[in-house]
Design a protein around this ligand. Structure first.
Ligand SMILES: O=C(O)C[C@H](O)C(=O)O
Length: 308
């Protein structure tokens, strides 16, 4: 299994590192436009191989996409991250052009590739890849839900004062500060609804902190996060590489599911060797349905700024 990660910045390098550490891929190719940067990151990571006990070969290239030929999966992290005070949506002007070019280069050299989109605004960038790549829809997956769900579980465990391994929960809808929909109604602590443990204020805290999870880190770090995004990507790539049929919330092109059409939004899906094996229809409460529709409206407005 050959995986390409485009963008060797903090997020891309973190993706490559976690993928390699899990030792399920033969090769990871890092691509960057900054001269020598991807090669340097690849070499540094390879020098951890004997220390960390992995056999994945990591190589780097400065923009030579011929080196990515035959990739089964490609991860797009390219573009600029947000700065404190910015929304993800504000990045569309610069990132759309970059994501479009990267997609064309990837598909040219790996026509059967499965693309995982990380660049922001992620739901809109995933939509752009659908509109420009020519790939079938099961091969384009936006990374947001896996990350947002991990942040939800972190906040749930914090409020419950429980180990994270006791907690399960999922975030769907948009990967944005306002459009995320943490499904509190379905979150559990060892099978028991978390609503039986948390009062209204605690529930509100968990939901609000989850939604601004990325913004909180951006404020603390001065740029956006990388460890959890990298780990989330590695879980998705592993689900594909090992045909795990794992249920992961991802930003997918909807054609009627959740009452939406022609839009990429976060929904639970079974991820396996073909990419998206199946979208899972979860019954939402009326309030959740309304929030999902509101998130869709906002993403649609951002999508309207795209030029193909
Ligand atoms: O928050 C960001 O801008 C980056 C990423 O989408 C994240 O959620 O960490």
């Amino acid at each position: 299994m050959k995986v390409t990660v485009v963008g060797a910045g903090a997020v891309g390098a973190s993706c490559a590192e976690y993928i390699a550490m899990k030792n399920f891929c033969s090769e990871v190719v890092l691509v960057d436009i900054k001269e020598g940067f991807a090669e340097g990151k690849a070499m540094d990571l390879m020098q951890t191989a004997s220390l960390n006990g992995f056999d994945t070969k990591i190589t780097g290239t400065t923009g030579d996409y011929s080196k990515t030929a035959g990739s089964h999966v490609a991860v797009i992290t390219s573009g600029i991250p947000r700065k404190p005070g910015m929304t993800r949506e504000e990045l569309i002007g610069i990132n759309a052009g970059i994501v479009k070019d990267v997609t064309a280069n990837l598909v040219k050299h790996s026509p059967d590739v499965i693309i995982i989109v990380v660049s922001n605004p992620m739901d809109t960038m995933a939509y752009l890849v659908h509109k420009t790549s020519g790939l079938p829809k099961h091969k384009i997956i936006g990374m947001g839900g896996a990350l947002d769900s991990a942040r939800f579980k972190y906040r749930l465990a914090e409020a419950l004062e429980s180990p994270i391994s006791d907690v399960d929960g999922m975030v769907i809808a948009a990967h944005s500060d306002t459009g995320m929909l943490p499904l509190l109604s379905k979150a559990t602590r060892n099978g028991v609804p978390v609503t039986e443990f948390l009062d209204a204020d605690q529930q509100k805290y968990v939901i609000e902190e989850t939604k601004v999870g990325g913004a909180t880190l951006t404020k603390l770090l001065g740029t956006s996060a990388w460890y959890a995004p990298g780990a989330a990507v590695s879980v998705m790539v592993q689900a594909i590489a090992c045909d795990q049929k794992k249920m992961i919330p991802c930003s997918l092109m909807l054609e009627g599911e959740y009452n939406q059409t022609d839009i990429c939004l976060g929904v639970p899906a079974i991820i396996g060797k073909n990419g998206v094996e199946k979208i899972v229809n979860v019954t939402l409460t009326v309030e959740e349905q309304l929030k999902f529709a509101e998130a869709a409206k906002a993403v649609r407005e951002v999508n309207g700024d795209l030029k193909f």
